[in-house]
Write a protein that binds this ligand. Structure first.
Ligand code: PLP
Length: 386
């Protein structure tokens, strides 16, 4: 089975991990800060806080922004459930903003009109979480402008997007957001096995997230309520978590960062090749805005139904049967039973519903060969035309 995505590990990655295994510190050693520094340098952002997953990063980002009971958080329905769950962990309610039919990212038009309505009834969101689907940045300048106008904070879910750019600057520089979050799951652009990172330019948010990742504990006398009792002393100031990344994982991440640009270039070449090959089939692909360089975590095609002989499900099943691990990113989050019971009406999200009815993620990862790509397209053509 050719998967939809997979990691790319070389000997240098393995050596870096083994070196940590032979060293004094498996966790809370020097490699985590080195990895944080490498990501911060790449992004051109002041602070980076490494954690054990992007889900954890989203959680502490919400906590640091003060999300709690009675608050509202908005995100895109076409995302992994973690983009919404982070608000629920904090006791906040979640709502969704429909997607743009061409980029599949949160629609700025829908956001604007939903904000207008929400203001009238006094139900504005505290935080909006745009998701850079497939690695393509959302229109962050426009979302940021709305944030200024309506007073919400912004967390970029950039789980797919490390190595991409927006307006010729790295995704994650937080020019148009408070915090951005990356995932290092093996299918993502770079990996640590499991892992994630939150980046920000705000000193207070950074130190608060660093504290939340380790039980809410501080060892900095400046943050304490009184002078330390002695050299052993630390204080727990609030209820935090153990979301730390280990040095073993960070070593893999630090090593992978050396190939980030190469990974993203390769993914763009693969994407361009797919786009050319698919031009004559009844499918559409994600519009690439001129001011965005996608990291291409995913390559999503949309079937131009009913121009295909088979249904969406039949095409999907035919590709799986032919040995291709195609997938559907994502089932609209409001359709998940956990969210559906909150009373969401799918007809309020017509573009997300259309997307769910015709989207398929085809294999995309840096190690896929041209021959494998050709076979994916041949299988797709056969599935569509017969
Ligand atoms: C993968 C992913 C996450 C969660 O990442 P983990 O590191 O697995 O916790 C969150 N949001 C999006 C959009 C993702 O794709």
């Amino acid at each position: 089975m050719i998967p939809y995505g997979r990691q790319d590990i070389n000997q240098a990655d393995i050596d870096a991990v083994v070196k940590v295994l032979r060293s004094d510190f498996l966790t809370q050693g020097p490699v985590v800060p080195a990895f944080e520094n490498a990501v911060a340098m790449h992004c051109g952002v002041r602070h980076a806080v490494a954690v054990n997953s992007a889900t954890s990063a989203l959680h502490i980002a919400c906590l640091a922004l003060g999300v709690g009971n009675g608050d509202l958080v908005w995100t895109s329905p076409i995302t992994f459930v973690a983009s919404a769950n982070c608000a629920r962990y904090c006791g906040a309610a979640v709502d969704f903003v429909d997607i743009d039919p061409l980029t599949y990212n949160m629609s700025v038009e829908c956001l604007r009109s939903k904000l207008k309505g929400a203001q009238k009834i006094g139900k504005l969101p505290k935080v909006v979480i745009p998701v850079h689907l497939c690695g393509q940045s959302c229109d962050m300048a426009a979302i940021h402008e709305l944030g200024q106008q309506y007073g919400f904070k912004i967390i970029e879910d950039a789980s797919h997007a490390i190595g991409g750019t927006y307006r010729r600057e790295p995704v994650g520089n937080c020019r148009f957001s408070d915090i951005a979050v990356f995932s290092f799951h093996p299918v993502k652009i770079i990996t640590t096995g499991e892992g994630g990172m939150a980046v920000t330019n705000d000193d207070k948010l950074a130190s608060h997230m660093a504290r939340l990742r380790t039980h809410g504990i501080t060892r900095d006398p400046a943050e304490m309520t009184h002078e330390p009792d002695g050299p052993w002393y630390y204080q727990q100031l609030e209820l935090g978590l153990n979301y730390r990344l280990t040095d073993i994982h960070a070593a893999l991440g630090l090593s992978q960062m050396k190939r980030l640009e190469e990974f993203v270039e390769t993914r763009n070449q693969i994407a361009n090749r797919y786009t050319k090959m698919l031009a004559h089939l009844p499918v559409t692909v994600q519009l690439q805005p001129l001011d965005v360089y996608s990291a291409f975590h995913l390559y999503v095609i949309r079937l131009r139904l009913p121009k295909t002989k088979k249904s969406h499900r039949e095409v999907f099943e035919a590709l799986r049967a032919a040995g291709f691990g195609v997938n559907l990113h994502y089932i609209p989050v409001y359709r998940q039973p956990y969210y559906a019971q909150m009373g969401f009406n799918p007809s309020h999200f017509p573009e997300s519903e259309r997307y769910y009815a015709d989207a398929i993620s085809i294999p995309m990862y840096s190690g896929i060969t041209e021959d494998q790509q050709d076979r994916v397209v041949a299988a797709l053509r056969k599935a569509i035309e017969t």
